[in-house]
Ligand binder design. Structure first.
Ligand SMILES: Nc1ncnc2c1ncn2[C@@H]1O[C@H](COP(=O)(O)OP(=O)(O)OP(=O)(O)O)[C@@H](O)[C@H]1O
Length: 339
């Protein structure tokens, strides 16, 4: 388990991480999301004692990183920056890491097999593709067989097969009872990998809750209805004050509607339906709505928070949509990128 208590990092006048407090529990995959510059890497670096907090603290199973004997056996990490000498082979890099952390050499071959790099284990890592480099970084993180794993953008540069492999690896590690903390810009991937989400914006905690709750709380649920008898449908629904909105493709949408009730009303009115489908927002839409106010840079002319942003995902949109379990980020209007 990793615990952050009021963790803060200031670089000169820049407040990169602002009093972050949250717990990363074992047994689940915890996703770490935030717009560019939100402070994710800085937070991860402080967890690993690579950056000194300005104030606040991090504990790993109740202890500070510096108090851990042989830390790689407690916590393994893949950070974005590659830390491998390009002239070294994958095997010699891992052997060097193993020797300096009293890990038996046979573990090197185990992790090479685990990440699928056996065949290139003796090649110079300088010639590795981005994806192979990621696999080597993951192998290094797993070397000490730690109970806690942290991955910053692990699927970066991986092909679809590699992405699937990382997804299954994360899930397996969590199912073994390990703590798995992972950041990614690939929302669709995060949506199917993480069980729990921690979202930050401008260094501050925006949300800390299960994935499904994050999406449900921060999205507009709608029911799509398609019929060859639109007038009869509108009549049938109006009996209960339901007013569908026409969608661009000829269907109708009922915001906050109950699909079962709509179906019953349509049936009672003898209305033929060609479609009746509840719509669930994607993680990307929910994320865009929630972080719209805390994005550090937007392209000039970027009206919405992104393609997935709902029309009402502005000013009080994401704030109003959240209950007591989240905090409003500091700062006012979005900053436009200067060109
Ligand atoms: N060494 C540093 N010196 C000064 N400012 C820094 C330093 N490292 C990070 N920052 C600033 O702190 C803020 C947080 O950066 P950080 O890299 O942690 O964000 P991030 O969420 O990981 O972003 P990204 O998703 O783009 O990787 C940014 O505004 C960044 O410019």
């Amino acid at each position: 388990m990793i615990e952050l208590h009021e963790l803060t990092k200031r670089y000169g006048t820049k407040l990169a991480v602002d009093r972050l407090s949250f717990t990363i529990p074992p047994g689940v995959v915890t996703g770490f999301l935030g717009p560019n510059g939100a402070g994710k890497s800085t937070t991860m670096r402080m967890i690993l004692d690579l950056d000194r907090p300005t104030s606040g603290r991090v504990t790993i199973d109740g202890r500070k990183y510096a108090q851990l004997r042989e830390p790689v056996k407690y916590i393994g990490a893949l950070l974005e920056a590659k830390a491998v000498h390009p002239g070294r082979s994958a095997r010699s890099h891992l052997l060097w890491l193993a020797q300096s952390n009293s890990i038996p050499a046979r573990r090197v071959d185990e992790v090479l097999a685990l990440v699928g790099l056996q065949e290139v284990a003796n090649r110079r890592s300088g010639g590795f593709s981005l994806g192979m480099g990621q696999r080597l970084g993951i192998a290094a993180a797993l070397l000490g067989d730690p109970q806690i794993l942290m991955f910053d953008e692990p699927v970066n540069g991986l092909d679809p097969e590699g992405i699937l492999w990382v997804r299954n690896l994360m899930k397996r590690l969590a199912s073994e009872g390990r703590t798995v903390f992972v950041s990614s810009h690939l929302m669709s991937e995060m949506a199917v990998t993480a069980d729990h989400l921690v979202v930050i914006g401008r260094g501050r905690l925006l949300a800390d809750l299960p994935m499904t709750e994050f999406i449900d709380r921060n999205s507009r649920s709608t029911v799509r209805v398609r019929t060859p008898q639109p007038e009869q449908l509108l009549d049938a629904l109006s009996a209960e004050g339901i007013v569908p909105e026409p969608a661009a493709d000829g269907a109708y949408e009922v915001v906050g509607g109950d699909a079962a009730r709509i179906g019953e009303l349509a049936a009672a009115g003898g209305v033929v339906l060609h479609e009746l489908s509840p719509q669930r927002a994607s993680l990307e839409e929910a994320f865009m709505r929630m972080t719209a106010e805390s994005v550090e840079y937007h392209a000039a002319g970027d009206g919405a928070a992104g393609d997935g942003a709902a029309a009402d995902g502005q000013a009080d949109g994401p704030i109003a949509a959240w209950g007591a379990g989240w905090q409003q980020p500091s700062g006012g209007k979005r900053k436009k990128k200067e060109s």
